[in-house]
Design a protein around this ligand. Structure first.
Ligand SMILES: C[S@@+](CC[C@H](N)C(=O)[O-])C[C@H]1O[C@@H](n2cnc3c(N)ncnc32)[C@H](O)[C@@H]1O
Length: 190
């Protein structure tokens, strides 16, 4: 199934528009289109990707070539994690969420909800989370260094967010793919 790219950009723009412009980090920025939308809306954007092949210089966007697992993600008013989370392993997912330190998070991800058309493993348990493993390729859109990634079940995804302090999570409906949508994760008192 093709991902309707224009719809993704629109959804992202509307979610970001809930916040006053400030500093945003775009993790796994890839083609940089989400970064450019943010910059056009007045955000000061840091676009991070391990691969530089697709980045396009744009006013208001500072590109950084880095593994997100090593980059300091603190000090931003909004963290965008679009098309990246499902390319990480469980420990890296937990670590990344913890390092966001409660900054509002816009996250667009596949989940292992049983509706995926991707080849996934049987259900596995890792570090207290349930999900399925995805065998990564080597293309421009794939993971960086980890041959397998973890797609949590919806329950485990919410549990992971909750444990990182994100206890209010809004999902965009309808999901734009059977197993994928945008989430807005907000921190707050439990
Ligand atoms: C599926 S693409 C998503 C691109 C864009 N954010 C989007 O949603 O259309 C995944 C991107 O994440 C990058 N990536 C994957 N693992 C990464 C890592 N550990 N550190 C930095 N970038 C990574 C890839 O190079 C690729 O550009």
């Amino acid at each position: 199934m093709t991902i309707p790219a224009r719809d993704r950009l629109k959804i992202f723009g509307r979610l970001l528009g809930l916040f006053p412009p400030g500093k945003m980090i775009d993790l796994g920025a890839g083609h940089g289109k989400f970064s450019m939308i943010a910059a056009d809306a007045g955000w000061e954007v840091t676009a991070v990707d391990a691969r530089t092949d697709r980045n396009v210089p744009a006013p208001g966007v500072t590109w950084v070539e880095s593994d997100v697992r090593e980059f300091d993600v603190t000090g931003f008013d909004v963290v965008a994690c679009l098309g990246l989370f499902y390319h990480l392993t469980v420990p890296d997912q937990i670590d990344l969420l913890a390092r966001c330190k409660g900054a509002p998070l816009i996250i667009d991800t596949h989940l292992a909800n049983g509706l995926s058309t991707h080849p996934l493993s049987e259900e596995v348990e890792e570090l207290g989370f349930t999900g399925r493993l995805y065998q990564e390729g080597t293309g421009l859109l794939s993971s960086w260094g980890n041959p397998q990634s973890f797609w949590p079940t919806p329950d485990s995804f919410h549990k992971m967010l909750d444990q990182a302090g994100y206890n209010l999570v809004l999902a965009v409906e309808p999901w734009y793919l059977p197993d994928r949508t945008f989430f807005l994760a907000l921190p707050g008192p439990s």
